[in-house]
Ligand binder design. Structure first.
Ligand SMILES: C[S@@+](CC[C@H](N)C(=O)[O-])C[C@H]1O[C@@H](n2cnc3c(N)ncnc32)[C@H](O)[C@@H]1O
Length: 222
C-alpha cells in the first residue's frame, strides 16, 4: 500500500491494474518477501504508459536492481527496442538477466554492471524514456549526464521523491516544506529538493509530480 493516498485510492488502482505475467508476479512476491525497494506496480504501469506514449525505442535506467521496473517497460519497446539496465551489484544484475530471459525479453535488454553515471557516458542516445532510481542524492548528477541524450518528447522519471523509506519519510518532507526542519547537505531530502529545483529551472523540460508509489517527478523534454 502506498503511504501517499487512501485505502480507496489503492483499491481503485488495484482494480485497474494491468495483467502481470508469471515472471513479473514472482518478482513482486520476492520484493515483498525481501523488502526490496522496487518501484512497485503503480509506477511500473506508469513507466509502461510513458514508453507507449513516447513510442519508446530506447530506454535508460539508473539503478535496475533485479530488473522489476525495466521488466514493466519491456513489452512496450518491442523487439527492435533497447533497454539499458545498470546496476552496481553483480548478483542483482545477473538476476535481472535471468528474469528477462525467462520472460522472453532478453533480446531487447543490455545489462551493464557499474556506476550508471559513468555508463551513460558511453551511450549517445537518444533515449525516449529514462528512469532515475539510483542514489537519491545523485539524481542531479544522473540528470546532467543524460539530459542532452533525451529525445524531444522523451520523459525522465525520478522515483522516491515523496517517500524514501527511513532516509526521507513523507512526515519529514512535510516538516521541511513547512520550514520546521532544514535539509542536511548530502541528505535524501536535500538531494530531492536540489533535483526538483534543477530540473524545473531547465527550460528544455516541463516537470510534474505524481503521487503514485513513493512519488515520482516526470519531466518531458519540450
Ligand atoms: C531502488 S533500487 C532499484 C529498483 C529498480 N529500479 C526496481 O524498481 O526494481 C536501487 C538500485 O540502484 C543500485 N544503485 C545504486 N547506485 C547506483 C549507481 N550509481 N549505478 C548503478 N546502480 C546503482 C542499487 O544497488 C539498487 O539495486
Amino acid at each position: 500500500m502506498s503511504l501517499l493516498h487512501t485505502d480507496t485510492v489503492d483499491r481503485v488502482l488495484s482494480m485497474t491494474a494491468a495483467e502481470k505475467d508469471d515472471v513479473l508476479a514472482e518478482m513482486e512476491t520476492r520484493a515483498e518477501r525481501e523488502g526490496f525497494p522496487t518501484v512497485g506496480p503503480e509506477v511500473g504501469e506508469f513507466l509502461r504508459l510513458c514508453a507507449r506514449l513516447t513510442g519508446a525505442d530506447a530506454v535508460f535506467e539508473f539503478g535496475s536492481g533485479y530488473g522489476y521496473s525495466a521488466y514493466w517497460v519491456a513489452p512496450a519497446v518491442g523487439s527492435e527496442g533497447r533497454i539499458v539496465l545498470t546496476e552496481i551489484d553483480a548478483e542483482e544484475l545477473d538476476e535481472a538477466e535471468s528474469y528477462f530471459e525467462r520472460g522472453g525479453y532478453a533480446d531487447r535488454a543490455v545489462f551493464e554492471r557499474g556506476d550508471a553515471i559513468e555508463i551513460v557516458d558511453r551511450y549517445d542516445g537518444p533515449f525516449d524514456l529514462v528512469l532515475l532510481d539510483h542514489e537519491n542524492d545523485r539524481y542531479v548528477e544522473g540528470f546532467e549526464a543524460v539530459r542532452d541524450k533525451v529525445s524531444a518528447g522523451g520523459v525522465v522519471v525520478a522515483e522516491n521523491v515523496l517517500n524514501s523509506g527511513t532516509s526521507m519519510t513523507p512526515g519529514e518532507l512535510e516538516a521541511y516544506l513547512r520550514g520546521e526542519i532544514t535539509a542536511d547537505e548530502g541528505s535524501t531530502l536535500d538531494g530531492i529538493e536540489t533535483y526538483l529545483s534543477s530540473v524545473r529551472a531547465d527550460p528544455s523540460f516541463e516537470t510534474t509530480v505524481l503521487p503514485i508509489g513513493d512519488g515520482v517527478f516526470a519531466s518531458v523534454r519540450i
